[in-house]
Design a protein around this ligand. Structure first.
Ligand code: FAD
Ligand code: MLT
Ligand code: ZN
Length: 569
């Protein structure tokens, strides 16, 4: 059992060492006042090295080719009847046909767009097209010949009005970090990229309400807010590339949901453009507004299938002075679960993240990410939990956390633990968790599942999958345990239909039996469009279809995504 004199280290902060945004920080605490004796120190060098890497997606990642999933990404044109087909590796029923309802782009279309947007915002450059046609995982690849980069809402409106009348299909694109094939074309859809709409419009310091354009990069908003003494209620590993419009459109969850709730709560308003070019101004900055149906929610999480989000109004919490991060090791999943229960009870309102990873995830990160190192003696622990607290009272926060950690050690819920002393250490802990998606990509091909499952049974799925696949794959489990969100990832040297057939539909059936969700936070995209019935009833999908038909009768917006292909194409 751990006790104060054990070799395990818990070091406590003596004063706030960083603000909530992990890349901007105050000076590290110089005099840690742990009541626990520190026997083995934390490797400062490795902290600093890793801090430099942070969690912004490196540019080279977007174009790298450690492996070549595209080689295995079977895209067959002229199959049988001469209609282009597209088979993706995300799901078994992944063969899609280009819908004959859509026109093909011609020179007159390009000329029209050049008149509306100016030549430089109508992009036909091969390299840029290749990047915009390919998703972050290099798993989905379209063949669009045109990227449009509008600079304002009116231009978005003109683009959609024209595409709707011409029958040109459109893919709205933000930072292209989506993980379900939603952000890239399936065939030759026109890409409407929001990057140029990146202005912060207003910020009200009294209410904390921010209004900005959809193309603002999440991390830039975070920096802006940091200077104002506020934070974003949303944080995720892709923050350096993803855009707020993409976050809203996917209803991204991320690392702070356990504290600040989902975007359905913090987004107060949106401006969106419908398929026919109509601009919907719902850009309210009110916390309360019960005048009729709250239609903004249709755009939160609909993945660009109902309209293009052009502006967002969002409620941001104040930046609090005291933030602590601890990385804890647990011997089994049951301990992680009990630790979560305890954390909710004992840390209550200061708990701001509760993330977990299994030892297979830790091994992947330390193997594939330069400088990443397990702070604990390796192979001893099966699970790791990252806990972050954020509060306004340094000494009482510290007291609470100390009592919680001590109690957890005494109850043997925690086998070992380290508490960050400064921003560098906190960043290295976070890197171990946030770096998993990147490590998986470096390891080879990956089948990714993002599931909501009752916490009690959540890890059973990982174990069952492991025994199903045996040595054929490395099955890893991590995620937002505080929200009951498992990221089950199956890492293999290359995509393989035989392995896929052992994973799907098993993984969806299993989740459905638990009344879980086959998409907790990543969305449905192309990957799971045909699988939606595992989580939604026929009647619900029928109503979704009616809404789609009403708002986008020609189905030009993000075709083949979200709803079953038979409905949308
Ligand atoms: P894109 O990828 O460009 O698009 C995503 C979807 O939204 C597409 O369907 C697209 O058509 C649509 N879209 C984009 N912009 C608009 C717009 N303005 N109007 C209408 N539709 C639009 N997700 C989580 O929920 N939690 C996480 O913790 C998390 N971590 C991640 C970590 C990494 C390393 C990566 C690569 C991804 C992660 N994601 C996570 C997935 C992803 O959903 C988020 O990165 C993000 O919300 C997507 O934003 P984006 O701007 O990149 O959107
Ligand atoms: C995460 O939590 O790391 C993201 O959702 C990405 C992933 O699931 O790999
Ligand atoms: Zn996640």
């Amino acid at each position: 059992m751990l006790n104060r004199n054990s070799r395990n280290i818990f070091r406590f902060l003596t004063r706030p060492f960083f603000h909530h945004q992990r890349n901007s920080f105050l000076l590290p605490s110089s005099t840690p006042s742990s009541q626990f004796t520190s026997v083995t120190g934390f490797d400062e060098k490795y902290c600093t090295q890793l801090h430099l890497q942070r969690n912004i997606i490196p540019t080279e990642l977007k174009v790298f080719s450690f492996f070549n999933p595209l080689r295995n990404f079977l895209k067959t044109r002229q199959l049988g009847v001469g209609i282009p087909h597209h088979k993706c590796y995300g799901s078994m029923g992944g063969v899609v046909q280009r819908s004959p309802r859509f026109s093909e782009l011609n020179d007159d279309d390009v000329k029209h767009f050049q008149e509306v947007l100016g030549e430089k915002n109508v992009i036909q450059d091969e390299d840029k097209l290749t990047a915009a046609n390919t998703d972050w995982m290099h798993k989905y690849k379209g063949s669009s010949r045109l990227i449009l980069q509008p600079c304002n809402t009116d231009q978005v409106s003109q683009i959609l009005k024209y595409c709707n009348s011409r029958g040109l299909a459109v893919v709205p694109q933000g930072g292209n970090t989506g993980l379900v094939g939603g952000s890239v074309p399936v065939f030759d859809e026109v890409i409407v990229n929001l990057s140029s709409m990146n202005n912060i419009i207003s910020f009200d310091k009294v209410s904390g309400i921010l209004v900005c354009e959809a193309g603002c990069i999440l991390e830039n908003i975070m920096s802006f807010l940091d200077n104002e003494g506020f934070i974003m209620p949303l944080d995720l590993g892709a923050k350096g590339s993803c855009q707020i419009g993409g976050n809203v459109s996917t209803n991204a969850g991320g690392l702070r949901l356990v504290r600040y709730g989902s975007l359905h709560g913090s987004v107060l308003g949106v401006e969106a453009v419908l398929a026919n070019g109509t601009v919907l101004d719902m850009l309210k900055t009110l916390r309360k507004d019960n005048t009729g149906y709250d239609l903004k929610h249709l755009f939160i999480g609909s993945e660009g299938s109902l309209g293009i989000v052009t502006k967002v109004s969002i409620l941001t919490p104040p930046k609090l002075a005291s933030v602590n991060v601890a990385l804890l090791a647990c011997k089994d999943y049951s301990c992680c679960q009990k630790l979560l229960q305890e954390a909710k009870r004992k840390l209550g309102e200061i708990l701001s993240a509760f993330e977990f990873l299994d030892s297979q995830s830790m091994d992947l990160v330390t193997k594939h990410l330069e400088g990443a190192r397990n702070p604990f003696p390796t192979s001893l622990h099966n699970f790791y939990v990252l806990i972050e607290t954020t509060g306004s009272d340094e000494s009482s926060d510290k007291q609470k956390l100390e009592a919680f950690l001590l109690g957890s050690m005494e109850n043997e819920l925690v086998s070992d633990g380290v508490l960050a002393q400064d921003i560098n250490q906190a960043t290295t802990f976070w890197r171990l968790r946030e770096g998993i998606p990147e490590a998986l990509i470096r390891a080879g091909a990956v089948y990714k599942y993002d599931l909501s499952i009752p916490v009690e049974n959540l890890y059973n799925l990982v174990e069952e999958m492991r025994s199903r696949l045996g040595d054929a794959a490395n099955v890893v489990g991590y995620g937002h345990l505080g929200d009951g969100n498992l990221h089950l990832n199956v890492s293999v040297p290359q995509y393989d239909d035989k392995i896929l057939s052992q994973i799907e539909p098993f993984v969806y059936e299993w989740t459905s039996k638990q009344r879980g969700s086959i998409s907790a936070e990543h969305g449905v995209g192309l990957m799971k469009a045909n699988e939606i019935f595992y989580s939604q009833s026929r009647e619900t999908v029928q109503l979704m279809t009616s809404i789609k038909n009403l708002m986008d009768p020609n189905h030009i917006l993000n075709p083949y995504k979200v709803l079953p292909h038979s409905i949308t194409s």
